[in-house]
Design a protein. Structure first.
Lengths: 316, 422, 292
């Protein structure tokens, strides 16, 4: 375990170093625009998987958490001029609170009610945003981001690096949850909630912790978005495609470990980024839908399970 | 081993031979490289009904290329689908500029999709034609941005002023305003309320409703309770239908002189066909109608070619509202390129600021932030519609221009209930 | 005095809209309420039903007649869907909720895209003689556009409820939800009973589709706006309580109508979910369900 952790740490350091260096090596800004989206989805998939994968509680409302993060950070930046790191932190805190609230309302019953309630969260939050004139409502809100610091050559590169840091922190968090007592407890919940409850696992508390962490990561994923598009409006902030990808990516990659969502997101988001500019979006969504059905039906363990079957077996 | 090396040599020679003409060609005929025009169109998603604009782009490209291109270079369109989502816009335009090396950019449709690209073009100092974005450049104030749409200056507030001018002329004192909770209609209602106040009208009812509202009976009753003489409606196609049907079902006061204003939908074939005579009496904004004051051989020829393509693609066969202005966008770009004899953004922009351009939608001159100097949004009254046949809308007399005065083809028929019944 | 008018009319409109919502929720009441299959594709199937009705209405058929014709193909569609579902999951010893939710989620996307490829993304509506006029009863003005679809719901709900409670095969459907093994001991094949039930649930989608397209124009993605409402109805009614769903649907309809009359229409999309969240927090077994 310790050796694994060292390897993981080394990996993080290398990825982060690359993230700070790349903008100076690669001149074409397009890669940072596209890369930002891919990393955003790595974060979203990782956040979703903390609850959806480890505990088996499906969240259709990823877009709700994401949108809450988007609007909170846009609001804090435009009204108080808060620096980006503080906006991200604030978004994470609010996401955690939202997660606990959702969990507290619905998790005492069956998981399917939680799933349905999360569908509603998006609608409720979107309705609220529509009705608050300070957030621009349907007309949206222009956000002219801060000048990038000297260590980054331009705004698109800066956004990319910020998103990379968020993604790395999220993945590290997910890995920590997985190997700590929380992960063990959640796996017990997923296997059989009743059995876990009987053997003294504090299931409700564990689920609430997972809700909070998952919500925090999902909302943090949205925090830099206003600076990426320079503009926020409710329809894209709470877009269904975010909720869809949040589910599809971990399921395609594999939900058991932190690796699955990362693989799924890298793969699917890259395909989508390439597809956006080559094939029609209808075929794009059709493709995601079909791949999703295929994986649920025929490879429920995802890609990481298809390739790392032996490893998975040995661990469980 | 030896054979393999020989094979490699052979390959290298062949490759060089194949590549030589290309290398040579690009050196000698650098001017032959096509001029690339990049655009993002909402081919899918909620705004997909605007995709018929692409036919306008393509017809323009074909016309330009048939006439020998621009500055002796062919024109090439690079179009991506933004899926009606602002989230896709930054990456698409970065691709158009940084990877595809486009010389001219057309914005996505409308203000919400265009907003993400404005800081980008300002920061990189690029040349762009804006597509239908209301007040699209009012914040960024980029000096190389030009609207193809006829919104005119200060459009956030003023674009629908024609409706209020008509109301004022009718002596309207009390007005009701409703709008869908979407960008375009929300801004229309907000601007409308300001203009109404400026004209000293009392706003007796002002409410927004969520998209996909299918029943307006309670709203219409509330409006009736306020007893207005004009009703300004900023709606999207689904709700436009529901509102018009609701009025027919619930009824409306005889005092109402003007009804409509900023409804999206009654410009499109789908709605004109499905509602038909129910639309009689409506006073609504438009960008082009085949009335004698607007009809020219150029625009007639545009629609003669547009219609068969639209029918084949299954998009709006009339296409009065959007497609001509997509063609206009091309004409503006062409004028800027040929006028300045370059594809340099600063020179192109300087040309458009200094000269007015003849297009199929008439002569256009721009102010410093690229608005048309003169607002040319039409207020038309739908009249004499019989049955659901779409062809009748190609004839004059069914979409009578009430405003602006320079294009006027008739007077307001009212009150609304009377105009509706006729 | 005028406000009494508005109040009464708002309540009537709410009842009518609620009744339409009940139609939309009926199929889900069977699949989710009785069979415990979280078919979130149901609203999309309703939209598919609406497009079916639209297609036949183009040839001059009345929407209701078109819906009746659609019952058979939609029943078969439901049977095929269930066959696929069970081939994938049931033989592995039952699906977990996560997998089946995801499967139906993917399915609804595929249906939506196929509809939008087939019909385009423009709004489609039907024109029938009775759309556009209304029934006047004193101060009440009741549009036929709402009245006729609203009458469909009690009729279909009554028919389905009669079938489920008074016929043998209906009883088998309710039994399969409770005790699958007992059913197989009694000589019935649980899989075929469920397939039949799923077929009926999908067949109701075409009726609901007819109601939906009569109320207002639709587009391929219209189902998304209904997901929240239909789940709120099924869950709050108490899983499996079909008549209860009509009551809940009408309560939601009235609440929405009152909010849009007196508060602001822009708050109405949140109403159904606010009711659902409150209901789940206060009375998770539903208003008409037995305590679990």
């Amino acid at each position: 375990m310790r050796k694994n952790s060292l390897v993981f740490l080394a990996g993080i350091v290398i990825v982060l170093a690359l993230g700070f260096l790349m903008p100076w090596l690669l001149r074409n800004p397009f890669y940072f625009f596209a890369g930002y989206v891919v990393l955003q989805y790595v974060t979203i998939a990782t956040g979703w998987n903390i609850l959806g994968g480890y505990a088996g509680y499906i969240n259709f409302g990823a877009a709700g958490f994401f949108g809450a993060g988007v609007y909170l950070s846009a609001f804090l930046f435009t009204t108080f001029g808060l620096p980006l790191p503080l906006c991200i932190l604030a978004a994470a805190i609010v996401g955690a609170i939202l997660g606990v609230l959702m969990g507290y309302l619905t998790l005492r019953i069956q998981g399917v009610y939680f799933a349905i309630a999360t569908l509603g969260l998006v609608v409720v939050l979107e309705t609220i945003v529509h009705n608050i004139s300070g957030l621009g409502g349907a007309s949206g809100m222009a956000v002219y981001g801060p000048r990038p610091p000297a260590w980054s050559p331009g705004p698109s590169q800066y956004n990319f690096t910020v998103m990379l840091v968020i993604a790395v922190v999220s993945v590290a968090l997910a890995r920590w949850v997985e190997i700590s007592w929380i992960g063990r407890g959640l796996r017990a919940v997923r296997a059989s909630e009743d059995a876990a409850e009987c053997s003294g696992v504090p299931t409700l508390r564990l689920k609430l912790v997972a809700c909070a962490l998952s919500g925090a990561v999902l909302a943090a994923a949205g925090a830099p978005y206003p600076f990426y598009t320079s503009f926020v409006e409710p329809v894209t902030a709470f877009s269904l495609i975010i909720g869809l990808n949040a589910i599809a990516m971990p399921l395609i990659g594999g939900t058991r470990t932190w690796v699955g969502p990362v693989i799924g997101a890298l793969l699917l988001a890259s395909v989508q980024q390439i597809a956006t500019v080559t094939i029609s979006s209808e075929l794009n969504i059709l493709f995601v839908g079909a791949v999703l059905i295929a994986f649920v039906a025929f490879a429920p363990g995802g890609i990481s399970d298809l390739f790392g079957r032996n490893k998975g077996r040995a661990r469980s | 081993m030896k054979t393999r090396r020989q094979f490699h040599k052979l390959m290298a020679v062949t490759a060089a031979g194949l590549a030589a003409p290309a290398i040579l060609g690009s050196k000698v005929f650098a001017q032959d490289k096509p001029i690339r025009v990049g655009a993002s169109v909402s081919l899918t998603g909620p705004l997909a009904s605007t995709k018929n604009g692409q036919i306008g782009y393509e017809l323009w490209r074909d016309d330009v290329n048939a006439a020998g291109g621009l500055l002796g270079r062919k024109v090439e369109l690079v179009i991506y689908d933004d899926q009606s989502s602002a989230a896709n816009v930054p990456a698409i335009y970065s691709k158009l500029v940084d990877v595809d090396a486009c010389d001219v950019l057309f914005s996505p449709y409308g203000a919400n999709l265009s907003a993400p690209v404005m800081p980008f073009i300002k920061q990189r100092d690029l040349f762009m034609i804006g597509m239908f974005g209301l007040a699209g450049n009012d914040v960024a104030k980029h000096d190389k941005f030009f609207h193809s749409g006829p919104w005119g200056p200060n459009s956030g507030r003023d674009w629908a002023r024609g409706f209020f001018d008509l109301a004022k002329a009718q002596g309207v004192k009390k007005i009701a305003i409703i709008n869908a909770d979407l960008e375009f209609s929300k801004n229309a209602a907000k601007g409308g309320a300001e203009v109404a106040k400026e004209y000293g009208m009392e706003i007796v009812f002002n409410q927004s409703y969520p998209p996909n509202t299918s029943d307006f009976s309670s709203m219409i009753r509330n409006i009736n309770a306020g007893d207005p003489e004009a009703i300004f409606i900023a709606s999207y196609p689904a709700d436009s239908t529901a509102i018009i049907r609701g009025v027919k079902e619930i009824g409306i006061s005889d005092k109402v002189k003007l009804f409509g204003g900023a409804m999206i939908g009654p410009q499109y074939g789908a709605l004109l066909g499905s509602l038909g005579p129910e639309l009689n009496g409506l006073v609504n904004s438009h960008t082009f109608v085949p009335e004698p004051t607007m009809q020219t051989p150029a625009i007639k020829s545009f629609f003669d070619r547009y219609t068969p393509i639209a029918v084949k693609q299954g998009v709006d066969p009339l296409g009065f509202y959007i497609p001509p202005f997509y063609y206009v966008a091309g004409q503006l770009a062409a004028a800027a390129i040929t006028g300045s004899k370059s594809v340099d953004p600063a020179k192109m922009a300087a040309f458009l600021h200094a000269n007015s351009v003849d297009t199929i939608a008439g002569k256009i001159a721009f102010n410093e932030i690229g608005d048309w100097k003169e607002r040319r949004v039409l207020m038309v009254q739908l009249r004499g519609i019989k049955g659901n046949d779409l062809e009748q809308f190609r004839n004059p007399g069914h979409q009578v221009i009430l405003d602006p005065p320079s294009l006027k083809t008739g007077d307001l028929a009212g009150p609304y209930n009377k105009a509706r019944a006729s | 005095m005028l406000s009494i008018d508005i109040l009464l009319n708002a309540i009537v409109t709410g009842i009518l809209l609620g009744s339409v919502y009940a139609s939309l929720a009926l199929g889900l009441g069977i699949t989710f309420g009785i069979l415990h299959i979280p078919n979130i594709a149901h609203p999309t199937l309703v939209v598919a039903g609406a497009f079916f009705v639209y297609t036949l209405a183009q040839w001059g058929l009345d929407p209701i007649v078109a819906a009746v014709i659609g019952l058979v193909p939609f029943y078969l569609l439901g049977v095929v869907l269930y066959a696929f579902y069970s081939a994938v999951f049931e033989r592995k010893g039952g699906a977990n909720v996560l997998q089946s939710l995801t499967l139906f989620f993917g399915l609804s996307l595929v249906i939506e895209i196929l509809l939008s490829l087939g019909f385009g993304s423009e709004l489609k509506s039907v024109s029938v003689s009775y759309i556009g006029s209304s029934l006047k009863l004193g101060v009440l003005t009741v549009p036929y556009r709402l009245l006729i679809p609203a009458l469909l719901a009690p009729v279909t709900i009554a028919a389905v409820w009669f079938y489920l409670s008074r016929t043998n095969s209906g009883t088998a459907i309710r039994a399969v939800a409770h005790e699958e093994r007992a059913l197989s001991i009694a000589g019935l094949n649980p899989a075929s009973v469920k397939r039949h039930a799923f077929g009926i649930a999908t067949a109701t989608a075409v009726i609901a589709g007819a109601a939906l397209i009569m109320v207002g124009p639709i587009e391929p993605f219209a189902g998304r706006y209904q997901i929240g409402r239909v789940f709120a109805i099924v869950v709050l009614a108490g899983m499996g309580s079909i008549p209860g769903s009509l009551v809940i649907a009408i309560i939601i309809g009235i609440a929405e109508a009152l909010v849009s009359s007196y508060l602001n229409p822009s708050w109405s999309p949140g109403v159904a979910f606010a009711i659902l969240l409150l209901g789940l927090a206060l009375r998770p077994q539903g208003l008409f369900g037995a305590a679990r």
